[in-house]
Design a protein around this ligand. Sequence first.
Ligand SMILES: Nc1ncnc2c1ncn2[C@@H]1O[C@H](COP(=O)(O)OP(=O)(O)OP(=O)(O)O)[C@@H](O)[C@H]1O
Length: 347
Amino acid sequence: MTTPTPTTSGAAGADEVLRVTNLQTTYQFRGEPVPAVKRFALSVKPGEIVGLVGESGSGKSTALKSILGMLRPPAKVEADEILLAGRDLRQLDEEELRKVRGGEMAMIFQDPINSFNPSWTIGSQFRRVLSLHRPDLQPKEYDAEILRLLKSVGIDGRGKLKAYPFQFSQGQLQRIMIAVACASNDLKVLLADEPTTSLDVTIEAQVLELLRTLRTERNLAMVLVTHDLSVVAEMCDKVVVMYAGQVVEVADVYDLFEKPQHPYTKQLLQAIPGFPHDGERLYSMRGAVPPLTSDIKGCWFADRCDNKLGAICDTTMPELFQIGTAGAAASCHRVAPGAAQLEGSQA
Ligand SMILES: Nc1ncnc2c1ncn2[C@@H]1O[C@H](COP(=O)(O)OP(=O)(O)OP(=O)(O)O)[C@@H](O)[C@H]1O
């Protein structure tokens, strides 16, 4: 089976700021290997927002943490490529990687309170980040820069530098976390792991607007993990759908909603309230994601699929087949070249 490279064909493109190929991440649980991410690939251009969607446990957070080099043994991360602006992060030592994290690539999380040290003031935590990632500044310039960065995310920081994280609301903390993540002038890629899940809808809208503004003003690339397909529709240019640790579909955001290719994507869309038939009973996907330790030879979605092609779905794992030339792909035998001939003869 060929290694899937879903979003690009051939060598790394000059227009990609992040390129990941054949990422595999394995945790250890009670002495057993848990393959949480398999055959994962991603390609992001400057200024592009790529959505990463899939059920809980499908490996979205693990993929982001693996890309940023955040996982420690016994977790094992392997990849053919993790290229950031053409530089392979797998070749860097720990000190160089530390500079990349928060420098050229940063991550924001669902629960901002856990991203701050509760016993340090916001000012001290911010100053530490500037000391690591802003060699252009003298320490006496830090506070003015922190106030500028806080203002850029809509927070009047004056008087707030001496405050502790618990003295801010969730929405304020999320914006401060974004300001911290964007403190580096070298930032190229922002990895956002459910950044609005813990916020109420009005604050969510503000944070999404802020992310869009940052993308436009700084030409930032983003990978946005979310459960919420309406956030995907509003924010993303491209979508990567994951199921049981694997990429099952990559598509332009319009194509994903208009003509999803993978049966899992179709069923995910059916599960959106009101989509596609308002007033009908909410669709619920039958079955459950198989345990990641399962020994499945065929398609991992076969047991839940409403649209199986035939026996091949149970016996042969589908490759991530390219669809057209724009980087779209789906891991389904139905989109394989020659699928039409298989239909009927396989059933
Ligand atoms: N430290 C760990 N040790 C063992 N298994 C882990 C560890 N962290 C995550 N896992 C497992 O890896 C799989 C992928 O988890 P991950 O958090 O990446 O999924 P996710 O798609 O981000 O889920 P969610 O949307 O709920 O955050 C899950 O089965 C999870 O239980």
